[in-house]
Write a protein that binds this ligand. Structure first.
Ligand SMILES: CNC(=O)c1cccc(C)c1Nc1nc(N2CCN(c3ccccc3Cl)CC2)nc(N2CSC[C@H]2C(=O)NC)n1
Ligand code: NI
Length: 183
């Protein structure tokens, strides 16, 4: 099983590479790697297993994070209706996105970043993603909300982008948060 010792941390050069496309149909080895990434997320989200093996909880993981520079991501999260979104994807691509952006109000975390990085990370509010599943099927997903953010975070890893690269460092005096509406 994968544990945190298999997860490389910021500063490791692999995190800054553009990951290679996975030849299709996926090889047994690549399917095995993606299955282990899915299994890691399951373990990391189970309180007992996470404690037993000292795993940080995550809802997404990209192959470069375990030092495999290939276009593979694993996602395990729920949507706003509590439906489980659990999948591994080979060669995921964002094929369209909304003009509207969104962000996690508490900022983002990453299993490869052992520190809190404050700041909002702008993400597309809605995206259409296509890719190949572990069964070899081509799927197209329309995502919004938290799942859309997670997919964008993990697909960024395939392009060597870390979430904090997207935090605007502005001390623009005119860019101040809107005061809460007087009720
Ligand atoms: C909704 N909470 C917030 O937004 C959030 C809130 C506060 C601070 C930060 C910094 C936040 N930000 C943030 N919190 C998460 N987790 C919340 C806790 N959770 C979890 C925890 C325990 C058991 C099971 C689970 Cl599931 C695991 C996932 N995950 C991500 N990211 C960024 S996209 C990829 C994804 C990821 O997996 N990172 C490792 N960001
Ligand atoms: Ni990450």
């Amino acid at each position: 099983m994968l544990t945190m010792k298999d997860v490389i941390r910021e500063g490791h050069p692999t995190l800054r590479l553009k990951a290679k496309e996975v030849p299709l149909p996926p090889s047994q080895e690549d399917k095995e790697i993606l299955s282990k990434m899915m299994e890691f997320l399951v373990h990391s989200q189970d309180p007992e297993t996470a404690e037993k093996y000292d795993l940080r909880p995550g809802v997404g993981l990209a192959a470069p994070q375990i030092n495999v520079s290939k276009q593979m991501i694993a996602i395990r999260t729920t949507d706003h209706k509590e439906n489980l979104i659990e999948m591994g994807l080979f060669n995921p691509k964002i094929i369209s996105q909304s003009a509207e952006t969104t962000y996690l109000e508490n900022g983002e975390g990453c299993l490869s970043v052992d520190r809190e990085v404050s700041g909002i990370v702008p993400r597309y509010a809605r995206i259409k993603v296509t890719g190949t599943t572990l069964d070899g099927d081509t799927v197209t997903l329309r995502l919004k909300g938290f799942p859309a953010i997670v997919f964008q975070h993990e697909i960024d890893h395939l392009n060597g982008i870390m979430f904090y690269d997207r935090i605007e460092e502005t001390d623009d005096p005119y860019k101040v948060p809107l005061p809460p509406k007087e009720v």
